[in-house]
Design a protein around this ligand. Sequence first.
Ligand code: ADP
Length: 637
Amino acid sequence: TKDEPTQVMAESESSEEIDEDAIGFKFEDTSNIEVPKLLIDQVLGQEHAVEVVRKAASQRRHIMMIGTPGTGKSLLAKAMAELLPKEELKDILVYPNLEDLNNPKIREVPAGKGREIVMAHKMEARKKAQARNMLMMLFVLGIIIYSYFVAQLLWGIIAGIMILMLTRQFLPKEEMMIPKMAVSNYDKEQAPYIDATGAHAGALLGDVRHDPFQSGGLETPAHDRVEAGDIHKAHKGVLFIDEINTLRLESQQSLLTALQEREYPITGQSERSSGALVKTEPVPCDFIMVSAGNLDAVQKMHPALRSRIKGYGYEVYMRDSMEDSPENRKKLVRFVAQEVVRDGHIPHFDEGAVEDIIREARRRAGRKGHLTLKLRDLGGLVRVAGDIAHSEGAPITTSEHVIAAKRIARSIEQQLADSYLDQRKEYESFMRKGSAIGRVNGLAVMGGDSGIVLPIVSEVTPALSGAEGRIIATGKLKTIAKEAVLNVSAVIKNMTGTDVSRHDVHIQFVGTYEGVEGDSASVSIATAVISAIEKIPVDQTVAMTGSLSVRGDVLPVGGVTYKIEAAARAGMKIVIIPKANEADVLIEKAYRDKIQIIPVSTIAEVMEHSLVGPRKNTIIEKLKNITKLSFDIPEVS
Ligand code: ADP
């Protein structure tokens, strides 16, 4: 049947090889991949959000998007603007109000019409001004000629000039009556998309400029100083605000009013400026608001604004990763094509280069069988690789370019981790050979994507007589150390007969730095403590990571791929990881031959692979008996 070949393939491939089979369909390069015209069709992995955006666009509802930066929130907001009818677009004009100059009038006209009106007014003004100037010149000329015959010429000229100046002051100026175009949608292809992220009140709500010459004929009329805000520019379109919670509360309050009224007058925002005297009639601002942020944003947002969105709109959670299926890999191929097209300068990617990008998407997902959806960063990698290809004059971006890009486009944390590594190589603060009692090469992650070797040293001494034993560790790591020791204390007691609570356990993290996340150090701490109590040395070519349960099970941790790579870079030979993390390992080819990965599920296995010397086996036997229970419990997945 048709299914057979795929089945055979699936069977013949180990999990390691699925990694190699990156895409699952053939193509020459990304120039053969069709890029959808509409932005909404370009969004990938956020099917739920796409559905909501479509629905909200047709019903004109607000949306709140919660999720990690770079997952497509602003892209979706832009896409929404494309879906809105452009027939409804309007121009907004500001007219002087002759009854009250400080209360300019507002008129809304169909898009494109505003320009015509302003032009017509300008023509009119010019004509009037020309006629007036003509008359004036004739009049002045008359006076000069008259004075030539009747009196002295000089007096005539002086009189002429004075009359000219006076009339310039007091005659009405036609230019002052020309309406100002506050919002123009002339020739717009689509409904406006306005990004008001981080906008201050004036930019968001509109402002009236200060006039330094408030009188004396040089002043700019009030209506001419009116500037529309983002809420007005977004009229009939989309207003996008990221990190909504960072908007000042007053601004959030005003935003709420604007949402409710669908119009909001413009007034000067700086109190002591002449602009503050001016307040226009209400200016239309019938926009759809797409707000975004992380989970924190929801809690810190103005409650009334939040409930308005809840009541009259949708809330969507953005996904961080998607399943690693052929269908989704195909979407990532399209993503690369999209980014190339969007950039406009970089060459297309061949199949090998796309495979590397997809492999990176797997690594960055940090979760087995998933692809990352933090696509802004992945797009960054695409651009750097493309730039390298471009600078070499290559017609196509290849795997080599992507690999070079990965080296260059490293995060700050990765660069920092490497510089620590260099420093420490100088000081030799970690050992890479031999064995040592109470010393373990732990592994940690910095900034989410950078591994670092974190040596741990432990010493155990009897507590002072009568006193309760203490766990002595420094800084933030104290809590982790405490938990780790408490978790294994039962195991240790059973195994060695030592009651940890009657000992002082010293734990030192050698050369720890700010920003190191040490949650997964408990297996390393336990190993160091056991080694210290039993005086059995630990193999220093081994590095390890894992979290420990009270029963001695080794539980999964985050960032294994980065940790293994860090161990390999530091010159370790073996790395012990939790069995449950086995499928998360997606290390770069370059490291594969350098380091042996041993997945374990109990602390006994950790000992087996890390302790050295003759007494090792008795300990392991004892440990096995203690943690036997955990072998019998089926794994929950
Ligand atoms: P956010 O607003 O969530 O921080 P953006 O929408 O600004 O992220 O994403 C930045 C860029 O990353 C987009 O312009 C697009 O090129 C790419 N991108 C992010 N998420 C997606 C997605 N889900 N589908 C396609 N491209 C995406």
